[in-house]
Design a protein. Structure first.
Length: 252
């Protein structure tokens, strides 16, 4: 699976460079990667808080994310800085999680469908072992988005991602996880409703860590959006029970 995903990224990238160079600008109007929170074409700030209930207490993440398109906007750079807090019957702690940097590239795009690739590197930078993986993690991914109705109100975005660790603490387990995810988004007026399901197979644990959520979002102003989504984990190796995320998206 990892070799297949890496091969797809390698094949698509040079083809996409030629495709992108043929266009002076990739426009964001009415394409699948400009809907709701999939803002590949505008400078974007995302601030969200996610609460997860686990067997041993709760796990809370407040994340600051910034996205910056570059060049003809076929490329995007993303930076994430998470602040983590844990609460249990015996201990309460807060601190910085693993910082990450990602780059996305769109090799193919029409007004109805598109393909994007992403390469993410998560650093072993958490200031507490409980707040990070203890590893440097590389995650290549490929996305496909398409409108499935003529009015462009119903959008499907699917992705395939492989996460693998390359360095870090010898006392922490290696990361080898395959993720297949799909999100269906229905947009109406200034609102959207979406449903998501993600299947994750953890090769190290030899089990599934799946999740699903339903999201409700609204555009507050032309340049700001708000969303909320409750989530539920399932699978024989699930990492949490249920969760809820609230977020604000600012375009600038």
């Amino acid at each position: 699976m990892r070799k297949l995903l890496l091969l797809l990224c390698i094949i698509l990238s040079p083809w996409g460079i030629i495709n992108a160079q043929d266009k002076k600008t990739i426009r964001s109007e009415q394409n699948p990667f400009s809907e709701a929170r999939f803002t590949y074409f505008k400078e974007t700030i995302v601030l969200f808080n996610e609460y997860l209930d686990t067997k041993n207490g709760s796990f809370n993440t407040t994340n600051f994310r910034i996205l910056k398109p570059i060049g003809n906007r076929a490329w995007t750079i993303r930076f994430d800085a998470p602040l983590i807090s844990t609460n249990s019957n015996t201990i309460n702690k807060s601190g910085l999680g693993d910082l990450s940097l990602a780059t996305s590239f769109i090799p193919y795009l029409t007004k109805k469908s598109g393909i994007a690739t992403r390469l993410k590197i998560a650093s072993n930078s958490a200031n507490n072992p409980n707040f990070g993986s203890g590893k440097w993690v590389i995650s290549p991914a490929i996305f496909y988005g398409t409108y499935i109705d003529t009015n462009k109100k119903l959008l499907l975005i699917s992705d395939l991602e492989y996460q693998f660790s390359v360095a870090g603490s010898k006392n922490r387990a290696d990361i080898r996880t395959t993720v297949i995810e799909s999100t269906l988004i229905y947009s109406f007026a200034k609102n959207w409703i979406s449903s998501n399901i993600a299947f994750r197979y953890n090769e190290t644990r030899q089990g599934f860590q799946n999740s699903t959520f339903v999201e409700f979002g609204r555009k507050l102003t032309p340049d700001s959006l708000f969303y909320i989504h409750p989530s539920l984990a399932f699978g024989d190796q699930k990492t949490y029970n249920y969760g809820i995320e609230l977020g604000v998206v600012i375009l600038y």
